[in-house]
Design a protein around this ligand. Structure first.
Ligand code: ZN
Length: 249
């Protein structure tokens, strides 16, 4: 089984009626619902509880929980600053040790994502209801398997270049908006022993996470990012190789 933890701020859904209508049980549960399957088990954690308060200072993230998580999915938007640095560091260290991480939509500005990538991750943006065509750059990649040449989202928040990220190890998708912008919408990175996938769709006022192509990409990414090797690489002082016992097969 692949163990997934879906983390969500869970604020818009409780304070904005328009968002609540689309995601009445929260974005985290909408994602969990389509991911749960024979080989994927899903837990959720949120920053805000159902009383609209931050009751857990660790926002549902501990080292023990991350040790039992193969792939962490992160959706954040307006409360990145409420995630403690110590929690962001735990996530960063878990990825460096092998955990997979999917950063969705405005998680580009989340602390864990920025700590891992080391840049501002700034971009330009606009909420004007543009439609978006997402073009597949690597049709042979496991994350884009099952997607045709492109897929269309009727409305999305517009994100545009320049997107201040390190050059992705693999660029899998490019978004093209009806307002003209283009954006690196599917970016894959290796960091330490872990893998990170940034996927741009998912603005809270549109039903993006109910779109089959979006679900396919996220499901594929979970399976691709699940670790095959998990180890915290330390910094040992070592002897010369010829001082060691010979390696015997
Ligand atoms: Zn948004």
């Amino acid at each position: 089984m692949i163990r997934v933890l879906v983390w969500n701020e869970f604020k818009h859904e409780q304070t904005d009626e328009e968002v609540r209508k689309i995601y009445p049980r929260g974005i985290h549960n909408a994602i969990a619902d389509f991911l749960r399957s024979d080989d994927i088990e899903v837990r959720t954690a949120t920053l805000y509880d159902e009383n609209r308060e931050i009751s857990d200072p660790n926002c549902g993230i501990t080292k023990e929980i991350l040790d039992e998580t193969d792939v962490l999915i992160w959706w954040g938007h307006m409360a990145h600053h409420h995630v403690p640095d110590a929690v962001a560091n735990l996530v960063r260290d878990a990825v460096l040790s092998g955990m997979g991480m999917i950063a969705l939509h405005s998680a580009h500005h989340s602390k864990p994502f920025r700590y891992l990538l080391g840049t501002s991750c700034n971009l330009c943006w606009r909420e004007s209801g543009d439609s978006e065509l997402l073009w597949v750059i690597e049709p042979s990649h496991p994350i884009t398997r099952g997607i045709d040449r492109c897929f269309r989202l009727e409305h999305e928040e517009t994100y545009g270049e320049p997107f201040v990220i390190p050059t992705p190890d693999r660029l899998l998708l490019i978004g093209n908006y009806s307002g003209g912008e283009v954006f690196r919408s599917g970016c894959l990175y290796c960091r330490g022993n872990g893998k990170i996938f940034y996927f741009q769709p998912g603005h809270e006022t549109f039903p993006t996470f109910y779109q089959p192509a979006v679900q396919t990409v996220i499901r594929n990414a979970v399976r691709f990012l699940a670790p095959t090797y998990r180890e915290t690489t330390a910094c040992p002082h070592v002897r010369r190789i010829d001082d060691e016992e010979p390696y015997v097969i």
